[in-house]
Design a protein around this ligand. Structure first.
Ligand code: CA
Length: 206
């Protein structure tokens, strides 16, 4: 059904996830450290990445940011950290969903299915940022939703390099620093594509 990359240094957990995902018909690729995970994204072009936060080599946050420099593939972050600040950091790094450990395997599988559905609404497999498509705004609609009670679809964040535009939250961030916008400017930024065009023209994102 889908090619899924698991980046998780806990081998038993990774293998457990792999077994369940394969039972659901998915093809699974595993990486056990950050740099290998990044290389596997380039090599295998996955439709979904399940990414642990604490990883050897390069942590999940850094891996997520690096993935977002080139890809719009959905990322579900796993982490033992469960404080709000960490959720915010994970989401600002470009993660689409966030699952605190310990988690039930059924909950994670439900989130995987939801992420793949949202990905299918966009341009599908490991969309590159260069192929940015307006329907990508439809995915990543409910990153904080819990087990099946998804919120109605809202425009998802658009990421290009260090620039992140979140129409639903009416925020624009550059390198994780939120830009203070007036209401008028926010209204003008309602279209992510238009906003990206203007920002590129001003060389905001390098
Ligand atoms: Ca870990």
């Amino acid at each position: 059904m889908a090619r899924i990359l698991i980046v998780e240094d806990e081998v038993d957990l990774s293998n457990l996830l792999r077994s369940h995902l394969e039972q659901d018909g998915h093809e699974v690729v595993q990486a056990f450290d950050g740099p290998t995970g990044l290389a596997q994204v380039e090599q295998h072009n996955p439709q979904l990445v399940i990414l642990d936060w604490m990883l050897p080599g390069l942590d999940g946050l850094a891996v997520c940011r690096r993935i977002r420099e080139r890809h719009l593939v959905p990322v579900i972050m796993l982490t033992a950290r469960n404080e709000e600040i960490d959720r915010v950091l994970g989401l600002e790094a470009g993660a689409d969903d966030y699952v605190p450990k310990p988690f039930g395997i059924r909950e994670l599988l439900a989130r995987v299915r939801a992420a793949l559905r949202r990905g299918a609404l966009g341009t599908g497999a490991a969309t590159s940022v260069g192929a940015l498509h307006s329907t990508n705004a439809a995915r990543a609609s409910a990153p904080a939703s819990r087990g099946g009670s998804e919120l109605p679809a809202a425009p998802g964040p658009v990421v290009r390099g260090s620039l992140r535009i979140d129409p639903a939250a009416r925020t624009v961030s550059v390198q994780a620093n939120q830009v203070d916008l007036t209401r008028t400017a926010q209204a003008k930024s309602a279209s992510p594509r238009a906003a990206l065009g203007r920002s590129s023209a001003r060389n905001l994102c390098g």
